[in-house]
Design a protein. Structure first.
Length: 414
């Protein structure tokens, strides 16, 4: 949609060079936007199958080819070295290459990904891609009709613009509906943590206002104080002010972030503090059953998790109910990072798994279900849960070693 803004029929200036540049931008932005649809599909159902990888590369290849073709054609028409009425520009084959293939491959890639996804991941992808997919499907149908019309015109000489005008009207309607549908999916289906986005937008807006305001105030003060000095001295003082504000941006950002958290996102801020506080106190709990129960209660209360499961290493090749060769366990053991369980086939049931590490070894997996509110876990919240998982894992490992030593000591006494 952004690419269509720069099309020659939507962007006309008194300068032909500017129109040519806008035409090139329309081609580059528009067709690479199609390829990004395939890129989005690749984020789901990892690892992708050979079919999905092939469709992804075909999407990138067709987008790159058409972007190159469109750039050359635009430059050729602008420099009057190419005639757009010729078959190389408006023939059936160019229409297939430019109007069908770059849209067909991403749509097929999304369909293949939907077939591979399951459960909540499929629902999330379906809602996220429905509006854009509808728009692309309309474009694809319009491309097919355009090819048929071009073929009919080239063989009969008769040109009937009515069907193409109908296609353009439908495309305009779809272009209007797509962002509305996508916005509804983001807000209603909670595909995006809107609160976190608003928080970050407010932080950067606040930082910008403060920095610009301080610079303008400093300029005014310095201009008043140093009005009698030379122009070069004024420049040096202004440069020093700008450098000083540049080094202060990090401190300003920290203060603004903390203030907005306390004012507008106090509950989330308090919940994160409570999770980190429990993580710091985990080592002081003397019973493993108590620690497990407290961990579940903390995350269900302060993270809003619908359920919490701790899949601990039993020392016999299993983590809870799954084998040590389960794909999720293998990834957690190798990467020591939070894992989205919807991205692979695993026996662990939940949305996210956090590795519980002790002395560099995976001793368990902390598995969280979806949030009761339907929102996603925010990045700062996820980092706090990761801290808790490490602390609880270390504490449980220490309690386990203490129990083993106690049993060994009792056995030796007997």
């Amino acid at each position: 949609m952004l690419g269509s803004t720069f099309l020659p029929n939507n962007w006309v200036t008194p300068w032909t060079a500017a129109d040519a540049v806008a035409g090139v931008l329309a081609v580059l932005v528009g067709y690479w936007g199609y390829a990004l649809f395939a890129t989005y599909a690749m984020l789901f159902a990892r690892p992708p199958t050979l079919l999905r990888r092939s469709l992804g590369w075909l999407s990138y290849g067709s987008a790159g080819l058409v972007a190159l073709y469109g750039t050359v054609a635009t430059v050729g028409v602008w420099t009057r070295t190419a005639d757009p009425d010729q078959a190389w520009y408006f023939g059936v084959l160019p229409q297939v290459i430019t109007s069908i293939l770059p849209i067909l491959f991403p749509v097929l890639c999304v369909i293949a990904t939907l077939a591979q996804t399951r459960g909540a991941e499929r629902a999330r992808m379906a809602w996220a891609s429905a509006s854009v997919g509808f728009l692309f499907l309309v474009y694809l149908i319009g491309g097919v009709i355009g090819v048929i019309a071009t073929f009919h015109t080239s063989h009969t000489g008769a040109y009937s613009p009515s069907i193409l005008n109908l296609v353009y009207q439908v495309e305009n309607i779809a272009m209007f509906i797509a962002p509305i549908g996508l916005t509804y999916a983001l807000l209603s289906r909670r595909l995006l943590d809107v609160g976190f986005v608003i928080n970050q937008a407010a932080v950067y807006s606040g930082v910008s206002i403060i920095v610009v305001g301080l610079f303008m105030l400093g300029e005014w003060v310095l201009g008043t104080w140093f009005s009698h000095v030379s122009h070069m001295t004024n420049l040096e003082v202004s440069a020093a002010l700008a450098i000083g504000l540049g080094f202060s941006v990090r401190a300003i950002h920290t203060r603004v972030d903390g203030t907005l958290d306390r004012v507008f996102f106090r509950k989330r801020h308090d919940d994160e503090i409570a999770i980190r506080a429990f993580a710091d106190e985990a080592a002081e709990v003397t019973g493993d059953a108590t620690l497990l129960r407290s961990t579940k209660e903390t995350l269900e209360t302060h993270a809003g998790a619908s359920f919490v499961t701790l899949a601990m290493d039993d020392g016999r090749g299993h983590y809870g109910d799954v084998s040590e060769d389960d794909p999720a366990i293998v990834v957690l053991r190798e990467r020591h990072k939070p894992l989205d369980l919807q991205t692979l086939s695993t026996g662990l049931r939940g949305d996210f798994a956090y590795p519980m590490i002790a002395r560099g070894r995976l001793v368990g997996a902390l598995v969280l279900g979806s949030k009761r509110s339907g929102e996603s876990y925010a990045p700062d919240e996820s980092r706090a849960i990761m801290h808790l998982a490490h602390s609880v894992g270390s504490a449980l490992h220490i309690l386990f070693l203490a129990k083993v030593l106690q049993e060994h000591h009792l056995g030796a006494n007997l």
